[in-house]
Write a protein that binds this ligand. Structure first.
Ligand code: LLP
Length: 418
C-alpha cells in the first residue's frame, strides 16, 4: 500500500488534490498514476532479468484501457490476453502481435479463429483445444498450459492451479498432449502454468517451477525442446496498512535458480496483472449520504459493486480514506456503502474514519487491478470515467457512459411499440 502526501488536509494523488480530480471529472472515477505503472513494470522486469532473459507479459484483464496498454507498449511489455477482445484491444494500442500470447479457457472455435487471424501465439488449455486448433490453423507458435496441482490466491475463487481445476492440461496427460501436437506439426515453443492470483507466498511459485522444470525435462527426453517457461502471474500485493509485501527479489531468485539449474530453458515469461496496475489507481467516490442505522454507521457513496466488484465478489479488502479529511483523527467506525439495491453492496466494513459529511471525497485505494475491468451496468448505472495523471496533469482516458449507452444495443420489436 502506498503512502500519500496531503496539502491543507487534502490528499494528493500524483501531486493533484483528489478534490480537484473529483470536481473536474465527476464521481465515481478511477484515477491512475502513469509513472507508478512504469515503475512497477520496470521493477518486476529488472528483478527477473537480473537472473535470466525474461519477458514481462502484462495480464491485461486487470485493466484494458487503451491508454494504459499504450504506456505498457512504450515500456516494451508483452501481453497475456484471455479473449479475442483483449487481443484486439492490445493490437489497437499498437502492441505487436508477436508480443501477445493468448491464454483462453473453454475457447470456442470462433474465438480460436479470431485470435489466430490476429496472428498471436496460442497457449493451449486442453486436448480438445489442440485438436480444434489443428483444424483451424497450425502455422502459429504454441505452448501448453498445464495444471501443476499447486494453488495460490487471495480467495478460492481465483485459485487456478490445483488438480481438478477447469484450467490447463492435467499432469498425467501433459507429455501425451505435447507428443500429439508434434505429430500434428505444430511449432511448439513453451510451457505455461498459472497457479492463481494474489497469493503472498513465494513457496507455491517455487513448487510450480520445480514441477515445470521436471516436465520440461520429461519432454526433452522425448525429443521436444522448449524455448520458454511461463510461470503465469499472481504475484500478490499488500492491500492493508502495514501488510508485508511479497519479496520480489526472493521470488525472482528462487524461481530462476530452479529453471537455470534444472533445465536447459533460458527464457522466462511472467504475467503480472495486479502487480503492475493495482496501486497505480484509486477510485474516487463522493459521499452522498450519512446514516446512523443504530447498530451501524454508514457512509453512503456513489460507487457500488457495479463500479468496484471485488469487495462484494471476493470479500476483498480495499483501504479507504476521506480525501478531504486526510490525516484527521477517526471518530467512529463506518461501513462505506454504495447505491446498489442489495445489502451486499458494501465497499468497506467497520472502518475507523473521521466524521464524514455529504460531499466528501472517499478514496478507495489499490483499485487499478480488476477495478474498472470488472465494473458493470447493474441497476442501469452507466460505467464511470477513467483519468490518467502524469506530471501533475490529469487527462480523461475514458468518458463515463451516458444514459443512452445503456440501451444502445437493445431492440424493441415493432409489435411492442404500438
Ligand atoms: N496469467 C493468467 C493465465 C491469469 O489467469 C491471470 C489472472 C494472470 C496471469 C494475472 O494474475 P495477477 O498477476 O493479476 O494476479 N478478478 C480477480 C483476479 C482474477 C485473476 C484471473 N487471472 C481479482 O479481482 O482479484
Amino acid at each position: 500500500m502506498r503512502d500519500f502526501e496531503s496539502e491543507n488536509g487534502v490528499m494528493l494523488f500524483a501531486g493533484v488534490p483528489v478534490t480537484d480530480l473529483a470536481d473536474a471529472f465527476g464521481t465515481p472515477v478511477y484515477v491512475t498514476d502513469e509513472q507508478r505503472i512504469r515503475e512497477n513494470y520496470r521493477r518486476i522486469r529488472d528483478a527477473f532479468s537480473a537472473h535470466m532473459e525474461t519477458a514481462v507479459h502484462y495480464a491485461c484483464k486487470a485493466n484494458t484501457n487503451l491508454a494504459i496498454l499504450s504506456i505498457l507498449n512504450q515500456e516494451g511489455s508483452g501481453i497475456d490476453a484471455v479473449s479475442a477482445g483483449e487481443v484486439a484491444a492490445c493490437i489497437r494500442a499498437g502492441i505487436p502481435p508477436e508480443r501477445i500470447m493468448y491464454t483462453g479457457v473453454n475457447v470456442s472455435d470462433a474465438e480460436l479463429k479470431a485470435v489466430t487471424d490476429m496472428e498471436v501465439m496460442i497457449n493451449i488449455d486442453s486436448e480438445s483445444g489442440l485438436e480444434r486448433l489443428a483444424a483451424i490453423n497450425r502455422d502459429l507458435p504454441v505452448s501448453f498450459r498445464i495444471t501443476p496441482d499447486v494453488g495460490s490466491g487471495h480467495s478460492d475463487k481465483v485459485v487456478t492451479g490445483r488438480r481438478g481445476s477447469k484450467f490447463g492440461i492435467p499432469m498425467d496427460r501433459v507429455v501425451k498432449t505435447y507428443l500429439r501436437a508434434r505429430d500434428l506439426g505444430f511449432d511448439i515453443r513453451g510451457i505455461h502454468a498459472h497457479i492463481g492470483s494474489g497469493g503472498q507466498a513465494v513457496e507455491p511459485f517455487t513448487d510450480m517451477a520445480g514441477i515445470m522444470a521436471d516436465t520440461v525435462n520429461r519432454l526433452q527426453d522425448k525429443g521436444i525442446d522448449l524455448d520458454f517457461i511461463d510461470i503465469g502471474g499472481g504475484i500478490g500485493v499488500p492491500y492493508r496498512m502495514n501488510e508485508e509485501e511479497m519479496d520480489l527479489e526472493e521470488l525472482a531468485f528462487d524461481v530462476t535458480e530452479i529453471i537455470l539449474e534444472e533445465t536447459d530453458v533460458r527464457k522466462l515469461i511472467v504475467e503480472p496483472g495486479r502487480y503492475i496496475v493495482c496501486d497505480s489507481t484509486v477510485l474516487l467516490t463522493r459521499c452522498v449520504d450519512v446514516k446512523d442505522a443504530g447498530t451501524k454507521r454508514y457512509i453512503g457513496v456513489d460507487a457500488g459493486f457495479n463500479t468496484l466488484a471485488r469487495p462484494a465478489m471476493y470479500d476483498a479488502y480495499h483501504y479507504v480514506a476521506i480525501g478531504n479529511r486526510f490525516g484527521k483523527a477517526a471518530t467512529a467506525k463506518y461501513d462505506v456503502a454504495g447505491p446498489i439495491c442489495e445489502s451486499g453492496d458494501i465497499l468497506a466494513r467497520d472502518r475507523a474514519l473521521p466524521k464524514p459529511e455529504e460531499g466528501d471525497v472517499v478514496v478507495v485505494y489499490d483499485a487499478g487491478a480488476y477495478g474498472f475491468s470488472m465494473s458493470s451496468n447493474y441497476n442501469s448505472r452507466p460505467l464511470c470515467a477513467e483519468v490518467l495523471v502524469n506530471d501533475g496533469e490529469a487527462e480523461l482516458i475514458r468518458e463515463h457512459e451516458a444514459p443512452e449507452d445503456l440501451w444502445r444495443n437493445q431492440i424493441v420489436p415493432e409489435r411492442l411499440r404500438r
